[in-house]
Design a protein around this ligand. Structure first.
Ligand code: GDP
Length: 433
């Protein structure tokens, strides 16, 4: 999709710009206890391009001096974003603080767009030169509150976003390993990559672009996303919860398969479910990996308990397979590859329409739809349509009769019958005239 980060010193109007460009989306998981909604990122759309926007002003730190805070915000933007919008304030002109932000941004190779906010249309061309002196290109004059120049800014953003690629189904799967700090992500990466090839680059102060690692297993190729970022320890922002959240957001965005890691020796926390919720909302195939299983006693009983706990905390991730591993002892690591392979196979599957309709009919006989919205759903027929994720269109008497729980029942039937484990399924309902 692409990620856009808004940076700038305080009071230039980052948040008002953020609010202007994101479109409010009703989150599916927000009603689930433990899943908090941060207004630090949002979805945006312009000229049919969708992207994600991060307001770095929302990443605040306790007891940090201003300079440090702005520096961290800018560095996070440089790491996580595809395009950076640097907001300045027309009314106040260029300040030393702006120049400080600019000095940090000079280190990135990523596209930067200057947005001069609080522009009142009374300014002349000359006023632009001051901002051009930053050497970061021509500014776009905007007013977030009055809606001036926003279209131009969005045009500029969309123009700089990476070209949209439909993921090729036979491509090498890109795997993101996500999870809260200390669950064992780096340890897993080390086990997967093999110690000898591990290069922990401590490149503080240089370009902090994320680095992926290609790997091979049983003669098959895979790519681990953002391995450098996960391994980079001891940075001040490691401990910032919102930051590890954003980090996951970036990785999820670029992944074909998400490995959600939890610590098997601890109970599930909000931080786990928040990160899992992100992967769910981004509609990614997911594998849940319970790590540190070497430390757990009475494993057989513990597995059942853990599975139950995970299923109840990650209600929306019922489709995900759960694996129990030890990254440390390298046990059952191969299962991760197997699960990735089977997800990859599932994504390629094309279900015959005749077979699909047999299953549909049987499902309806087994469990007829309940009355909903004044009528009972009748599915006449359906078929799989071309899409990256398995997507089925159903022709029905009235789409408004579809009850949420019935839709889920159908999804589960399809998943079970056709082996779509680990993969989100999309059902579309169309009225047949
Ligand atoms: P990350 O923050 O998610 O990357 O977590 P790390 O990989 O840095 O692991 C955090 C701590 O847990 C380290 O002390 C690891 O040695 C330890 N650890 C990671 N995986 C395992 C495991 O499978 N078993 C045990 N016993 N310890 C582990």
């Amino acid at each position: 999709k692409g990620i856009v980060a808004i940076v700038g010193r305080p009071n230039v109007g980052k948040s008002s710009l953020f609010n202007r460009v994101i479109r409010e989306k009703k989150s599916i998981v927000e009603d689930i206890p433990g899943v908090t909604r941060d207004r630090i990122y949002g979805d945006a759309e312009w000229l049919t391009r969708e992207f994600m926007v991060i307001d770095t002003g929302g990443i605040t730190l306790k007891d940090q001096v201003f300079a440090k805070e702005v520096k961290i915000q800018a560095e996070i933007a440089m790491q996580e974003a595809d395009v950076i919008v640097f907001v300045l304030n027309f009314k106040e002109g260029l300040t030393n603080e702006d120049k400080m932000v600019a000095r940090i941004l000079y280190k990135t190779h990523k596209p930067i767009i200057l947005a001069v906010n609080k522009y009142d249309k009374k300014g002349s061309e000359n006023d632009m030169f001051e901002f051009m002196s930053l050497g970061l290109g021509n500014p776009i004059m905007i007013s977030s509150t009055h809606g001036i120049g926003i279209g131009d800014l969005l045009d500029g953003i969309v123009h700089q976003l990476p070209k949209y690629e439909v993921p090729a189904k036979n491509d090498i799967p890109k795997i993101a390993i996500i999870g809260k700090p200390n669950v064992g992500k780096s340890s897993l990466i080390n086990s997967l990559v093999g110690e000898e090839r591990m290069i922990v680059s401590d490149i503080a102060g240089t370009t902090l672009d994320s680095v992926d690692t290609p790997i091979q297993y049983n003669n098959k190729k895979y790519v681990l996303i953002d391995t450098a970022g996960i391994r980079k320890k001891g940075k001040i922002y490691e401990g910032i919860e919102k930051y590890s959240f954003l980090r996951s957001l970036g990785s999820i965005n670029h992944a074909d398969v998400v490995v959600l890691m939890v610590d098997g020796t601890q109970t599930i926390t909000d931080q786990d479910t928040n990160i899992g919720g992100l992967a769910f909302e981004e509609r990614k195939p997911i594998i849940i990996v319970v790590n540190k299983w070497d430390l757990v006693q009475n494993k057989e009983k513990a597995i059942l308990q853990k599975e139950e706990e995970i299923r109840s905390y990650f209600k929306y991730l019922q489709y995900a397979k759960i694996l129990f591993i030890s990254a440390h002892d390298k046990t059952r690591i191969g299962k991760i590859y197997e699960a990735v392979d089977s997800i990859n196979e599932a994504l390629k599957k094309k279900i015959k329409t005749s077979v699909f309709n047999e299953i549909l009919n049987r499902a309806q006989l087994l469990n007829p739809a309940p009355d909903h919205n004044g009528g009972r759903l009748k599915i006449y027929y359906g078929s799989q349509v071309e899409a990256y994720l398995p997507t089925f269109v159903m022709f029905v008497n009235n789409p408004s009769y579809v009850h949420f729980s019935y839709k889920r029942f159908l999804e589960n039937q399809i998943r079970l019958q056709f082996g779509f484990e680990g993969v989100p399924i999309t059902l579309l309902f169309r009225e047949r005239k």
